[in-house]
Ligand binder design. Structure first.
Ligand SMILES: Nc1ncnc2c1ncn2[C@@H]1O[C@H](COP(=O)(O)OP(=O)(O)OP(=O)(O)O)[C@@H](O)[C@H]1O
Length: 357
């Protein structure tokens, strides 16, 4: 293990060649590579059905019935933790925590917050009920929930969506994990609460040096929070790299189309939805999954899986993509340009941005 930010050891999740299929044999996640280190936020982005949640569940060892593991490995700090059972399950449970879209549904309606949280702290090392309760009170304050006595006595239906998600975050952090997988953690919340929960996640990540895998369909959230991003379509990584590079100068037509489909308050032009639906895709291995919806497609795109274009850590799987430099760096202006997302730190090097260990 190497030393990272502030001398803390750097932990790492590595996913290599993850391939998952349905019982009917359809490839749902195709040869996905992904890595998350402590101290960074990595975003996994894509439309509904692109394979984001299955990738997360595979890392957690929580794949639903009917999903078949066809290939690939998950490593945690160099140890192979692939699969569901065995001695690694508890290591993974302790070191990789997760929160999901619908916090109310994740909480048992019959249990008070206190019972849930003290149970979490007991499970992860508190030696007495009293110590567990004290830890729960501290953690509630840490996740921004004042009046802990009242919250501990509340049942899930008495909490707002934002409060319930804060409780879930408190429960997830009880184990003192190295990683947090946040699967669409704000999708079910109103806009103001979304921003508050994302701020909280960012603060906790900065304080603790957690590695965060943030699953979202919202490129605005990626631009605000993530250092690195992987863009999925049809279970395949279409483009990956530093968020500033991928969103500032996207190479892949799918990333470009996703960006163009977002409302941009600074531009008078209305957002352009991507034609077709996420269900329109070529089967994995036959060609580029995005070919049926791609405005740049050529015959080859339906015939052969996309070739990978690489420049540094920036990669795109596309027969048509060529590396382009971010705006302001003299990029190739002869390529069809889709304006990149107005990143807060566009053009700054990764070393200049915070959180990067
Ligand atoms: N239990 C299951 N059995 C069969 N197919 C499934 C199952 N779970 C997911 N799938 C399929 O796998 C594909 C990827 O699903 P996944 O839930 O990972 O997508 P996602 O990107 O997380 O989408 P969303 O944003 O809607 O959650 C989809 O085509 C979905 O229909």
């Amino acid at each position: 293990m190497t030393l990272g930010m502030a001398g803390r050891p750097t932990a790492r999740i590595e996913v290599e060649g993850l391939t998952l299929a349905s019982a009917a044999g359809d490839i749902l996640v195709n040869d996905v590579d992904l890595a998350v280190s402590s101290g960074e936020i990595v975003a996994l982005v894509g439309e509904s059905g692109s394979g984001k949640s299955l990738t997360a569940l595979a890392i957690l060892g929580l794949l639903p019935r009917g999903i078949m593991w066809r290939g690939g490995r998950v490593r945690l700090n160099g140890t192979d933790v692939t699969g569901l059972a065995g001695p690694h399950a508890s290591i993974r449970g302790r070191q990789i925590a997760a929160i999901f879209q619908d916090p109310q549904a994740s909480l048992d309606p019959r249990w008070t917050v206190g019972r849930y949280l003290t149970g979490q702290f007991r499970r992860y090392g508190a030696t007495s009920q009293r110590a567990a309760r004290a830890a729960a009170v501290d953690m509630l304050a840490r996740v921004g929930l004042g009046d802990p006595a009242r919250i501990l006595g509340a049942f899930p239906h008495e909490l707002s969506g934002g409060m319930a998600q804060r409780v879930m975050i408190a429960g997830a952090l009880a184990a003192g994990p190295q990683f947090l997988i946040a699967d669409e953690p704000t999708t079910a919340l109103d806009v103001t609460t979304q921003a508050q929960i994302l701020d909280l996640l960012e603060d906790l990540q900065a304080d603790t040096g957690l590695g965060v895998l943030l699953i979202t369909h919202d490129l605005g959230v990626v631009a605000e929070m993530a250092q690195r991003v992987a863009v999925l379509y049809g279970g395949t990584v279409m483009e990956t790299g530093e968020a500033a590079d991928v969103l500032g100068a996207p190479w892949h037509p799918y990333t470009q189309a996703l960006l163009a489909s977002m409302p941009d308050l600074a531009q008078p032009a209305p957002p352009r939805p991507i034609s077709g639906s996420p269900g329109d895709r070529l089967a994995a291995g036959t060609g580029c999954p995005f070919q049926p919806r791609c405005r740049d497609a050529i015959a080859l795109c339906a015939q052969r899986p996309p070739s990978v274009v690489v420049s540094g850590s920036h990669r795109a799987a596309c027969h048509r993509s060529e590396p382009r430099l971010p705006h302001g760096f003299g990029g190739d202006k002869t390529q069809p340009q889709t304006s990149g997302y107005p990143l807060p730190a566009a053009g700054t090097s990764s070393a200049e941005r915070r959180h990067v260990g």
